[in-house]
Design a protein around this ligand. Structure first.
Ligand code: ADP
Length: 261
């Protein structure tokens, strides 16, 4: 990874929601790719043992000897783990299933909450954006992500009980803010899998806007088959189906993200 001279304004954003299947990895992959298209150098740290962000950006997990686990628990410099993608502007620190063990192994480790933060420190300035795709839990991996991040992006699926669990998530953030990371704040709340034809989707949008106000991104991510197909080709939707409404939505989100940053 080449050093760029614009060293200062890196944004480290954790993509977090302890519910699974709400669109965290889809957002991590496609927002990173969209920012890359807009010439922003972006690093995606895959912090979910499922490794969907890794494969979604076209990196094959099978061939990897090391992953983000080694930065956390084996003192491997994170720089050595960074993988290229098809986009010259987008990079990924991969996760493999080995990361699943970290949740338990971190418990007895020294400085267990700050390991990711420390790992990112030496490379942080080389990127415009660093995203951390969190696992679906509020365990030590997520605490590491919240400690390393400047802010969080919360994807919320337009489904029944959309806001369920959000209080718990905000409590975890508050705890980390109080003890480990004073600057942590909410970068934005993103509505995913929106279907304009259903009144449920529209109700959820209202509900979330009432709860989070202007923190909610104006861009809604539509439910579209192309977004669910793209990962099986190892491509972001902006590459797989650039004219699809899902690709356009993530480009529009990237614009909002740049203007907020
Ligand atoms: P998480 O990372 O929160 O577990 P994912 O991003 O993996 O969630 O999404 C869960 C599933 O929903 C995946 O199969 C994904 O392809 C699909 N999906 C996510 N967003 C969309 C969308 N906007 N339209 C259609 N399918 C989607």
């Amino acid at each position: 990874v080449k050093r760029s001279k614009s060293a200062k304004d890196t944004r480290v954003i954790a993509i977090i929601n302890q519910k699974g299947g709400v669109g965290k990895s889809t957002t991590a992959v496609n927002l990173s790719a969209a920012l890359g298209e807009m010439n922003r150098k972006t690093l995606l740290v895959d912090f979910d043992p499922q490794g969907n962000s890794t494969s979604g950006l076209g990196v094959e997990k099978e061939g990897l000897e090391q992953c983000v686990y080694d930065a956390l628990l084996n003192d491997v410099p994170i720089e050595e783990l960074i993988q290229d993608t098809e986009s010259k502007k987008v990079f990924v620190v991969p996760a493999t299933i080995q990361l699943a063990g970290a949740e338990v192994e971190l418990v007895s480790a020294m400085a267990r909450e700050t390991r990711l933060k420390e790992a990112l420190e030496p490379i942080k300035d080389e990127f415009d954006f660093i995203f951390i795709d969190c696992p679906p839990s509020l365990g030590l991996l997520t605490i590491n992500a919240l400690t390393a991040a400047d802010s969080v992006l919360i994807p919320i699926q337009c489904e029944y009980y959309a806001l369920e669990g959000v209080t718990k998530l905000l409590e975890s953030m508050k705890m980390v803010k109080g003890r480990l990371n004073k600057k942590l704040d909410t970068f934005g709340v993103l509505l995913t899998m929106f279907d304009s034809r259903t009144s449920l989707s529209n109700q959820v949008v209202e509900e979330v806007k009432n709860y989070f106000g202007d923190t909610t991104f104006k861009t809604l991510i539509p439910r579209t088959v192309k977004l669910s197909e793209a990962p099986s080709y190892g491509m972001p939707v902006t590459e797989y189906a650039p004219n699809n409404k899902g690709a356009k939505a993530y480009m529009s989100l990237a614009k909002e993200v740049i203007s907020r940053a």
